[in-house]
Design a protein. Sequence first.
Length: 123
Amino acid sequence: MANRNVSNTPQQALTLLNDPAFMEASRVFAERLLSSNLDSDDARLNLLYKEALARPIKPKEQKSLEQFLELQREHYQANPDEAKKLMRVGLAPEPRIIDEIELSAWTQVCRVVLNLHETITRY
């Protein structure tokens, strides 16, 4: 059995946030959310939590992620080249969704949720 040393450094978080496989997984997850029949950010955030954490999103979490999503939308609208670059991370086919700005913003939200302690730790 492989054991990992206990550490108080942010090494695991940095690895998960920046690893191309996690970036790609977040992008594909975001694409799936945006391709769903859901028409609101609230509904998509709730689906994200149900699929990643098997529970509904809490109001405080939802508010925080809504604010983060809006910041990411603003960032990618100001930096569309970064959105194009993000769409090509990993081996998954390029996304079918045309709005790279929206997909990039949702990719960042998915990255946050997939990097939560609750997501990566099995109890």
